[in-house]
Design a protein around this ligand. Structure first.
Ligand code: DX5
Ligand code: ZN
Length: 224
């Protein structure tokens, strides 16, 4: 089963509750919540108080993607505010092993994120620890960018490695995914697909999620 995770970065922040209700209706299990600090990435988004409000208004799992320099300080605050999953960038975490274990000990699932140009080998040793690996298919910082196709090779290689090592982490992809390319993404082997502008930029976000999920499932059926 492939999960579509609507990215709230592309939502209308003045109508967040309404927009979440629309994608909930389409049967999503997760929301993707992009945190940017203006240092690790050249943009600022939203933070802990927004997550606290969302936590009170939805039962969906919330996947927090930290695009920040100081994940060790802020990750526990996001877990306390209701994050179910927290991912941190390999490029921003000098003590990655410790950071992953800390997120898990705080009570959330922990993911590691790789920018498009960062090789898989940089996270090889933490693969047995993590709950998921997020492969960026755009350079992080903005919604609405074009998908970088070479990331599909990383998806295939990571899936192969997971099978060879007998590990159970999920593979997530984030950036530039739409109904037009979600089939290729699914065929390459992802489990979780983040989609921002292709969901909230569509006239009907619920229909957009349903169309993406259907295209993904058809591609998976072709793969098997
Ligand atoms: C980019 C963020 C993404 C973003 C994706 O830095 O991590 O989650 O919302 O947006 P789209 O799907 O529009 O590329
Ligand atoms: Zn993201």
């Amino acid at each position: 089963m492939i999960e579509i995770l609507p990215s709230l970065l592309a939502a209308d922040f003045a109508r967040l509750g309404e927009q979440i209700a629309q994608v909930t209706e389409a049967g999503v299990n997760f929301l993707h919540f992009d945190v940017m600090d203006g240092h690790f990435v050249p943009n600022i988004s939203f933070g802990v108080p927004v997550l606290q409000s969302l936590r009170k208004s939805t039962k969906l799992a919330i996947d927090v993607h930290l695009m920040i320099e100081d994940a060790d300080t802020y990750a526990p605050m996001f877990v306390a505010a209701g994050a179910d999953c927290v991912s941190v960038h390999q490029e921003a975490c000098p003590h990655l092993d410790r950071t992953i274990r800390m997120i898990q000990s705080e009570g959330a699932r922990a993911g590691v994120v790789l920018n498009p140009a960062t090789p898989l080998v940089t996270v090889e040793h933490v693969l047995p620890l993590v709950d998921y690996v997020l492969l960026m298919s755009v350079n992080p910082g903005f919604g609405g960018q074009s998908f970088i196709p070479y990331v599909l090779e990383k998806v295939r290689a990571l899936r192969e490695q997971r099978g060879r090592l007998g590990l159970g982490f999920s593979i997530e992809i984030d950036g530039g995914v739409s109904v037009d390319n979600v089939g290729r993404v699914a065929e390459a082997g992802v489990d979780w697909v983040v989609a921002g502008s292709s969901v909230f930029g569509a006239p009907n976000p619920a229909h957009a999620v349903t169309a993406m999920r259907q295209a993904a499932m058809e591609a998976v059926a072709r793969r098997v």
